[in-house]
Design a protein around this ligand. Structure first.
Ligand SMILES: *Cc1c(COP(=O)(O)O)cnc(C)c1O
Length: 732
């Protein structure tokens, strides 16, 4: 009979579609972690292994490739906790302990941890690499970096960057009016710093920017298109000032990554060679050739090919030299952003990685520019870069909890011994309809008998295991068909599904116990089902690039790293959006391809399971959206408390900061609460008072009509208001 079923349904197709069906089968209801008791007696389809035996913290280090993407800031300590080491002289901070401490103070998950010292460290590293390259090459100029604020607009972060960069005149880059308004208010304290004004500009933008020099702010107005020149000249004439002007060049050098279209001749931004000549002529005619001092280019983000960087720098240097020869008072060559980071830790040319160091990047640019300037016999420019991603990605860590796990496999109902013995006989007997209860159907019972018999029949041979697998698929499919035809009850269908899963589990158990080498396809069948872990997070709010451009971020548990993670999982977020799931992960150290599952631990009753998503400090907060009205996160700013340079905020004396919380090696400087439901709703024009009044009216109607106690109505209204003012995420 078993073979007949396989034949009927075509083993091959069933096999090919196996994984989809498999997924359907494993869908279970959402199960809160709190009610762990309901999981007792549940059999979980993990690889039967000697749990934890022989598993070392080192295995976790390599499984999650921590050194590759995280060094030197993130590491796993010997007790199996993920630690942050914000600076070279800081002691590692146990992130799990930190989060638990913060949670105890009433700050809920998910939370974003900020480590300003890491930004400071990255900035000094970038500056140091350029200084080193300049010294090594005997380059007769300096490096003057700017931070593109669009990467992360956080006020404290930008102030921290200016403060850390003051000794080396580190400045800011803006691309819109709002960004300019913000940057102008901050940069005054860094008199030597550049304020690079990119982006499309109207008259108001120009007016503000041309006045910057009078304020002592070194603003450079970069022309993105020729039309902007007239507006600029007009505003400069009105103000009676000589602005410092830059030009954005459309380079021919292209890069192949996601942002490749930012570069090349069809790029959205920048001036073509003929535009540049036209602008130069116009400026000369106006007697303002010496206002042109900067050449800018930006060929994209996360550039993974060093020769693209040096080629672009070289091409730009030739343009720079030509402009100098045409009479411009050239001083700056702005190489834009594009310096990447190694998200997957593979140090490869994959879009999520980076095969070269910051030092290689700096040396490549410095040498390329120097060689062109020597050839063209012009003084070398001040090298400017607008590195955003490379500067701020590492400083922010997203911590979120797992709510529940889907894909727990339930025990199928046990077959009666007598029933088992007479399975075939029963099928015949069941054919007499009147003997069945209304919920039991002939077809349903027949399917159930068949699946039980098949489970018992699995033998430790490849052929038998393969057959059982195909059979389980076909039986499930038959049960579905019968159910859709109204022939079997829901309970029967569920029983068949569970029995089929038991059959697969038996195959896995037999395979695990067998010493013989199993053929690949059987091994594939024996893969444990992929579990879905529900996470207290919105991908759209907190890691939008995962969804928008398939960006990979390292994700891993931040504790229990001394235990073997036995479950292969994908993550599903809180939104009602099928795109709100994470099913691509970085792979273990030594492997290059991305992985389709993440190894996680079994959930433990009564213990939170915390995951971290790393390298999220650039673009994610800014691009995140309020899908399903999930708002911004609680943000906790942390510094190390036992390093010699403990005051991250420089000028602020240690005593003036009153840390809310101190723990081993750390002090929490600030906690900013994420948006409340009401704040998110207000952005969509909902008015708090109207909402409360609406519910109040409904409740008093219910009470006066006797459908609800007055007391209950009142406390319901109170709870409603309280929720309006609370965090939008699950409170576990
Ligand atoms: C986005 C952008 C940057 C920052 O790029 P990163 O790759 O993050 O360093 C710099 N300059 C310009 C003009 C940009 O548009």
């Amino acid at each position: 009979m078993a073979q007949a079923l396989v034949d009927h349904y075509g083993g091959d197709t069933a096999f090919k579609t196996g994984y989809a069906l498999h997924d359907v089968l494993l869908k279970d209801t959402l199960r809160p972690v709190d009610s762990f008791s309901s999981l007792e007696g549940v059999r979980v389809g993990s690889i039967p292994s000697v749990e934890g035996a022989g598993w070392k913290v080192n295995d976790s280090r390599s499984l999650y490739a921590v050194k590759g993407w995280g060094g030197p800031y993130f590491l796993v300590d010997d007790s199996g906790r993920l630690c942050v080491k914000p600076s070279a002289d800081a002691a590692p901070v146990d992130v799990y302990k930190l989060c638990r401490d913060v949670r105890q103070q009433g700050v809920q998950f998910p939370m974003l941890l900020r480590f300003p010292e890491i930004v400071r460290g990255r900035l000094h590293e970038l500056q140091g690499c350029f200084n080193h390259a300049i010294a090594l090459a005997g380059y007769q100029g300096v490096f003057s970096g700017v931070f593109p604020v669009k990467c992360n607009h956080d006020c404290g972060l930008i102030e921290g960057i200016l403060e850390a960069g003051r000794p080396c005149n580190f400045g800011l880059e803006v691309g819109s009016k709002a960004e300019l308004l913000m940057a102008m208010s901050k940069i005054g304290t860094s008199p030597g710093a550049l304020l690079i004004c990119n982006g499309y500009k109207d008259a108001a933008f120009m007016r503000l920017a041309v006045h910057c020099w009078e304020l002592g702010i070194k603003a450079v107005i970069v022309l993105e298109q020729t039309q902007e020149l007239d507006v600029l000249l007009e505003e400069a004439a009105k103000a009676g000032v000589q602005p410092v002007i830059g030009m954005r060049a459309k380079l021919a050098t292209r890069h192949g990554g996601h942002w490749g279209t930012t570069s090349g001749e069809n790029a959205k931004f920048g001036l073509s060679p003929s535009d540049m000549v036209a602008v130069m002529r116009k400026l000369t005619a106006a007697g303002m050739a010496d206002c042109l001092q900067l050449l800018h280019f930006h060929i994209g983000s996360q550039i993974t090919n060093l020769s693209v960087v040096t080629e672009a720098a070289s091409e730009a240097a030739y343009l720079y030299a030509e402009l100098a020869h045409m009479g411009a008072a050239m001083r700056y060559l702005d190489c834009g952003g594009g310096l990447g980071i190694d998200y997957d830790g593979t140090a490869s040319e994959s879009h999520s990685s980076l095969p070269f160091s910051i030092q290689d990047y700096a040396s490549g640019i410095v040498c390329a520019v120097q060689s062109v300037c020597t050839e063209k016999a012009i003084p070398v420019p001040t090298v400017v870069t607008e590195s955003g991603r490379a500067l701020v990605s590492h400083h922010a860590v997203l911590i979120f909890d797992v709510i529940s796990r889907q894909g727990q496999v339930c025990q199928p109902p046990a077959a009666e011994p007598e029933e088992a013995a007479q399975a075939e006989h029963h099928v015949v007997k069941a054919a007499r309809k009147e003997e069945l209860s209304p919920r039991l159907t002939v077809q349903g019972q027949a399917l159930l008998q068949a699946s039980r018999a098949a489970t018992r029949a699995v033998q430790p041979t490849a052929a038998s295991m393969r057959e059982a697998y195909l059979l389980s698929l076909s039986l499930k499919e038959q049960a579905l068909k019968a159910f859709k035809g109204g022939c079997i009850s829901l309970e029967e269908r569920a029983s068949v599904d569970l029995e089929c899963e038991a059959m697969l589990q038996r195959v896995r158990d037999i395979a695990a116990a067998s010493d013989a080498a199993l053929p690949d396809d059987v091994q594939l069948l024996c893969m444990p089902p992929v579990a879905t872990y529900h996470i207290n997070l919105s991908v759209f709010r907190s890691a939008p690039d995962m969804w928008a451009i398939q960006q990979l971020f390292p994700i891993m548990p931040i504790h229990r790293l001394d235990e073997q993670p036995t479950v292969s999982a994908i993550l599903a977020d809180l939104t009602c959006d099928s795109d709100g799931r994470i099913d691509r992960f970085i792979s273990a150290a030594g492997s290059k391809a991305s992985a389709s599952t993440l190894k996680l631990h079994e959930l433990k009753p009564g213990e939170p399971y915390l995951l971290g998503m790393f390298l999220t400090g650039a673009y994610q907060e800014v691009m995140g959206s309020a899908h399903n009205m999930l708002g911004t996160l609680n943000v906790v700013t942390v510094r190390s408390s036992n390093c010699s340079n403990s005051s991250v905020f420089g000028d602020t004396p240690e005593a003036e900061i009153s840390p809310r919380l101190r723990g081993p090696g750390y002090a929490v400087d600030t906690v900013e609460h994420g948006e409340s439901a009401c704040e998110v709703l207000t952005r969509a024009n909902h008015v708090r008072q109207d909402m409360v009044e609406g519910v109040r009216a409904t409740a008093s109607a219910a009470a006066s009509q006797g459908r609800m106690e007055w007391g209950a109505a009142k406390s319901m209204l109170k709870a409603y208001e309280r929720l309006l003012d609370s965090y939008t995420y699950l409170s576990l």
